[in-house]
Design a protein around this ligand. Structure first.
Ligand code: IPM
Ligand code: MG
Length: 369
């Protein structure tokens, strides 16, 4: 039997726990059917951790995260914690995890499944077959740059400062990974910044070009971020892999996500540097948030969380076949006309969060039979 694979589950807030439960069901299925054992521990993050520990990420939780093979995270945040101090708010726990684990590359695929092409807000022909990947730098830029803060000036008015800062090394490592990923796809990479107005953009473009010299087979295109936003809604299929900074990546990945018709469908992987054995620290989470408005009703779409687990199988455990199996099971459940409320359309059958989880497990049974 394969060695145990250590997973830390941080379901978090809102719909996080409901969708995470469906991943547990898939893990149980794998334990039973595929002879792999996962060693799963659970802990709190975000608002749930604030309620218990007074901080959105307890030191013990961070310790655990640093010592497992992969972390699965549901979602953080909700109106309940709107009033808490900024440095302990739910999002701070997530940012701290990313930073402390040094998860510098955030992979956000945006794929339009055949069964879902009609659900996009764009015309079907613009998005059908779309399969792109945004690689977002995740531990630098304006999210973490110093100085930052709000101060009161001598005249009594306030001034706020955020700092966009990137070192060559930070740009280099994320670009290199993006080139490598592009090499496993269609050999095309768009590097996105605003070199026309920002110094960090000038450096980003220069470093991307230099890294590109190591990848002569990959076609590198540079694009300004505003143009990229426009091109994403104009002709999204021109893109294969996009690499960009933390803030542009945050914005552009939401935009790309919506092209697919539902935020509830999209997974993500956040990866650190590879060690000597090729292992990376990693965290997997859906792109969607905690959706407090529908939490606890059993109607959330668990497919983004389930597919995040599929990414975990692929990138952390080198279990590409099992990852494909899970993805195929999700597709089959959709092809069978099953839909959670967020992706419901005429002629399909509305089911709950747990029913979607069961449908995926049933499809897994059929695929593995
Ligand atoms: C995301 C989210 C986070 C971010 C928030 C919750 C801090 O929007 O993962 O895209 O801005 O990075
Ligand atoms: Mg975001």
């Amino acid at each position: 039997m394969a060695a145990n694979k250590k997973l830390l589950m941080l379901p978090g807030d809102g719909i996080g726990p409901e969708v995470m439960k469906q991943v547990q069901a898939i893990i149980e299925w794998m334990d039973r059917r595929r002879h792999v054992t996962f060693d799963v521990t659970q802990d709190l993050v975000g608002g749930a951790a604030i309620d218990k520990h007074g901080t959105s990420l307890a030191d013990e939780t961070l310790d655990q995260a640093m010592n497992v093979d992969a972390v699965l995270l549901g979602a953080v945040g909700g109106p309940k914690w709107d009033g808490v101090a900024r440095d302990i708010r739910p999002e701070a726990g997530l940012l701290k995890l990313r930073k402390e684990m040094d998860l510098f590359a955030n992979l956000r695929p945006a794929t339009v499944l055949p069964a879902m092409a009609k659900a996009s807000s764009l015309k079907e022909e613009l998005v059908s077959g779309l399969d792109m990947l945004i690689v977002r730098e995740l531990t630098g830029g304006v999210y973490f740059g110093q100085p930052r803060g709000i101060e009161t000036l001598p005249d009594g008015t306030r001034k706020a400062v955020d700092t966009q800062v990137y070192t060559e090394g930070e740009i280099e490592r994320v670009c290199r990974l993006a080139f490598e990923l592009a090499g496993k796809r269609s050999n095309r990479l768009h590097s996105v910044e605003k070199a026309n107005v920002m110094e960090t953009g000038v450096l980003w473009r220069a470093v991307a070009t230099e890294v590109g010299k190591d990848f002569p087979n990959i076609e590198l295109n540079h694009m300004y971020a505003d143009n990229c936003a426009m091109q994403l809604v104009r002709r999204p299929k021109q893109f294969d892999v996009i690499v960009t900074d933390n803030l542009f990546g945050d914005i552009l990945s939401d935009c790309a996500a919506m092209l697919t018709g539902s935020l509830g469908m999209l997974p993500s992987a956040s990866l650190g540097a590879a060690d000597a054995d090729g292992r990376r620290k990693a965290l997997y989470e859906p792109v969607h948030g905690s959706a407090p408005d529908i939490a606890g009703q059993g109607i959330a779409n668990p497919l983004a969380m389930i597919q995040s687990f599929a990414m975990c199988l692929k990138y952390s455990f080198d279990m590409g076949e099992d990852a494909d199996l899970v993805e195929q099971a999700c597709r089959n459940a959709l092809d069978a006309g099953l839909r959670t409320a967020d992706i419901m359309e005429a002629g399909t059958t509305k089911i709950s969060t747990s029913q979607m989880g069961e449908a995926v497990t049933r499809e897994l049974d059929k695929l593995a039979a």
